[in-house]
Design a protein around this ligand. Structure first.
Ligand SMILES: Cc1cc2ncn([C@H]3O[C@H](COP(=O)(O)O)[C@@H](O)[C@H]3O)c2cc1C
Ligand SMILES: O=C(O)c1cccnc1
Length: 332
């Protein structure tokens, strides 16, 4: 899948596959035939039926789980919006590559193949408080990097991000999409204090004055960043191959919300792995009508909550495929 211009997206939206209702219906019938009171596995049952619909098979399996972390740097860091220096983005990319980060261990625990995709870390996007963060060409190129990173043989895709300052970008994006005042969407991120949060709110206000009121993808290009655009590209590529996606926390979900605003239903193949402790995430999930799988008070990013939720999804499919039916077990 390659996007040559923003207009390609309209065509892509028209051709993007939907849920396979017959497979989902067969999976639902199977759930009710398994040796348990109907509905007693709660959301595990929903997850199995969801996977059946998107994989277009009544007995879906996860042979291959791919985790992608996209990394980018942000010009808005010049506004003092983050407590850590921007070099930490590159340093964490090295840490991911060496296996030393939380996401490395969580991917081992849940059985996901992790790949980190740094995007032009030496060239941060422009500061959105003074002008557009990216041109639409830059955004398309980042979206295509995201799309081409998706392994078409994966059964599920876990998404994460790394980019010092990107919680401010995420807050600006969702304030532009869903309205409300900056404090409704701005939180501590990695650990900003009250003065830091005030600087984040001021940056978001300036950004909204400059870039508010535009269509979804233009809004994304104006606020940034490259990792957010890559997340959108990978979600679209996954959809084209019927690969369900697990989104992570506030920053990942904020990036993805661009697609929801562009076209309702474009995130129908996406689950949300957890609700982050970053306060804007709960509000954002309400806007998207999404219920998180986990709530563990995490606020890391990197795809950490999504990787953990993969374990739940695997468990749901083990029950779906491995349990005996009442007929098989001879239970009346
Ligand atoms: C060591 C370290 C590891 C991280 N892993 C994810 N993030 C998270 O924090 C950043 C967003 O927060 P803010 O907007 O406050 O900079 C992102 O890079 C996100 O993935 C990290 C941040 C740090 C410092
Ligand atoms: O929820 C997130 O995505 C998040 C929260 C704080 C810092 N980094 C990421």
């Amino acid at each position: 899948m390659r996007l040559h211009a923003l207009a390609d997206l309209a065509a892509l939206i028209q051709t993007s596959p939907g849920i396979d209702a017959a497979s989902a219906a067969q999976a639902a019938v199977r759930q009710d035939s398994l040796t348990k009171p109907p509905g007693s596995l709660g959301r595990l049952e929903e997850l199995a039926i969801f996977m059946a619909g998107w994989r277009a098979t009544p007995r879906p399996v996860i042979k291959k789980a791919q985790a992608l972390i996209f990394a980018g740097n942000h010009g808005v860091c010049a506004q003092g919006v983050n407590p850590y220096p921007q070099d930490v983005t590159q340093q964490m990319v090295l840490n991911f590559q060496r296996g030393g980060a939380a996401i490395n261990q969580l991917c081992i625990a849940s059985g996901a193949d992790l790949r980190v995709v740094p995007i032009m870390l030496d060239t941060p996007t422009a500061d959105f408080t003074t002008g557009p963060a990216m041109t639409s060409e830059e955004m398309l190129s980042a979206m295509n990097i995201g799309a081409s990173a998706v392994d078409g043989n994966a059964d599920v895709l876990i998404l994460g991000e790394m980019g010092i300052g990107n919680s401010t970008v995420a807050s600006a994006l969702v304030a532009a999409f869903f309205g409300g005042a900056p404090p409704d969407w701005v939180g501590p991120g990695t650990g900003s204090d009250a003065a830091g949060i005030a600087r984040k709110c001021a940056a978001v206000s300036k950004g909204l004055a400059l870039h508010g009121g535009r269509p979804a993808l233009e809004t994304l290009s104006r606020f940034g960043g490259r990792e957010q655009a890559a997340i959108c590209g990978s979600i679209l590529a996954a959809r084209a191959s019927r690969i369900p996606v697990i989104l992570d926390g506030f920053i990942c979900t904020a990036a993805a919300s661009t697609l929801h605003v562009a076209h309702t239903g474009l995130l129908d193949h996406c689950l949300v792995g957890h609700v982050s402790a970053e306060p804007g995430h709960r509000r954002l999930l309400k806007e998207l009508g999404k219920r998180p799988i986990l709530e563990l008070d995490m606020r890391l990013g990197e795809g950490s909550g999504a990787a953990l939720a993969l374990g739940i999804l695997r468990a749901a499919l083990h029950c779906h495929n491995g349990m005996a039916t009442f007929a098989e077990a001879g239970i009346s």
